[in-house]
Write a protein of this length. Sequence first.
Length: 81
Amino acid sequence: MTSNKIAGVLERALDRERRRNARWLGAIRLGGVGSIFLIALGLGFGQGQADWRLIVPHFAAYTALAAALALTAWRRPSFHR
């Protein structure tokens, strides 16, 4: 194999790995942030704890952002770059 072919094979392999890692990172982030958001909702509004109720809007925004990032990583192949 010539060095150009090797470079092309390596670039494609790295591209696939980056894409896979971006998708996993988005899914893990969304799962973690979504879990904390649900806990904040439950404790803030279900249990009536005012300190948890204060952070609900912040985690709602963070969850929406994490969902947008995860969706973008799945939909746009070039997002990982």
